[in-house]
Write a new protein. Structure first.
Length: 173
């Protein structure tokens, strides 16, 4: 399974062409560019700082996300590839991280200002990533993990865009 996930991500990461979004990714255009994020691990109260970078690839048919923690110990780094499966009318995401993790998620897309990624059944424990628009073109990202019968927030990031291109594309939200 991991090799199936790795091949598309490696191909996406090696491409350098900037593409306009495909129609399926129209609602994702406001994410492109660089973001600075500050957050917290609610269980411990420890804070976290990260940078995110989103860019379209595969002629606009995929969105690639780079996630890099910047606060000490700055250990987590991940590469994500998001694509649209027209046959099943859902979005799919593959996430690789520097700890050797390879996870697969799916989503129905943006609904009511939220994008919810749900982990595939083989991902244990089950997880969600929930993206939500915030005031002033901000973005909130919650990572939730299944504990017992309910999901608990593992960490929360509040992100702000770093380029004026976000202002021009905010009308797509």
């Amino acid at each position: 399974m991991r090799s199936l996930v790795l091949l598309p991500i490696i191909a996406l990461a090696s491409s350098h062409a900037v593409a306009a979004p495909d129609e399926a990714f129209h609602d994702f255009a406001a994410l492109t560019g660089e973001w600075t994020c500050h957050g917290i691990f609610p269980a411990s109260g420890k804070t976290i700082d990260s940078t995110l970078r989103f860019e379209f690839d595969l002629n606009g048919k995929a969105l690639v996300k780079h996630h890099d923690d910047t606060s000490p110990p700055a250990m987590y780094h991940a590469l994500e590839a998001w694509g649209y499966d027209a046959k099943n009318t859902r979005y799919n995401a593959a996430i690789l991280d520097n700890f050797g993790g390879a996870r697969v998620f799916s989503s129905e897309g943006w609904k009511d200002g939220r994008l919810v990624w749900t982990s595939a059944p083989e991902v244990k424990p089950a997880q969600h990533f929930i993206y939500a628009h915030e005031a002033n073109q901000g973005l909130r990202i919650d990572w939730e993990v299944l504990k017992g019968d309910s999901y608990v927030v593992g960490d929360t990031l509040h992100c702000t865009p770093q380029h004026s291109s976000h202002q021009a594309s905010s009308s797509t939200r």
